[in-house]
Design a protein around this ligand. Sequence first.
Ligand code: DGL
Length: 274
Amino acid sequence: MGTAQGIGIFDSGIGGLSIAAAIRQALPAERLLYFGDNAHVPYGERTAAEILEFSTAITEALLAKGCRSIVIACNTASSAALGPLRAKFPHVPFVGMEPAVKPAVEHTRTGVVGVLATRATVESKAMADVVERFAHGVEVIQQPCTGLAQRIDAGQFDGPELEALLRGWIEPMLARNIDALVLGCTHYPLVRPLIERIAGPGVRVIEPSMAIARRLAQQLEQHGIAAPADAKGSLECWTSGEPAGFTPVLEKLGLHADSICKGRWLSNGDLALG
Ligand code: DGL
């Protein structure tokens, strides 16, 4: 049996586990190393420079653990850091997130689609680029959801308070006749049932986790670093927050973690994954 090389996956918190779940399903032989920066969530309210600093240190720590490729399982960190990280680590294959505007535009019949994302993503150049590349005359309503990722990260997946918050953002988009709604933050699939209930049957809710898993599979093949088919895949998790916070999310996603350990930010800005 061969030894699986590691794939590093990171997010500001638990959201990227929705991507890890898709990767686990599509690539069960791979060894996955996940880091959630729960101590710094939400990234969506931080500056691009801060997000880049964290993302660089996380990438270095995951590479030091033996990872051969990195998935930035966070739209906010991808918008702020994907380009600079590719430039800094040219030998490392990166997969990043971008809001799934393309499939939404392909789906729409009304000509109006919505995107829910963090403030930093909505304001990013990456978001503007995606709209420019794929909108083709379709109206793309972008809604920053301040506070949503933070609530989900704290384990709030449903309830009247969360529903009221989401209704405040989604109902005005329904009034403008959207028929596709993009989840532009990896935390949001964790509240997908609530979003679907509010959006109703006439709106397709779109998130790209399986597309990301497929893109990763292609990259691993291209670079010749896919795990042998008979390798025993695994999922090792680290968090800068409380490891216990991962348990309900892993359960919700039907994911088994082989370990959940504490990662520590050091005073020099480095990240230690013990
Ligand atoms: N999960 C993240 C994203 O995809 C970030 C949420 C946050 O930390 O604000 O954008």
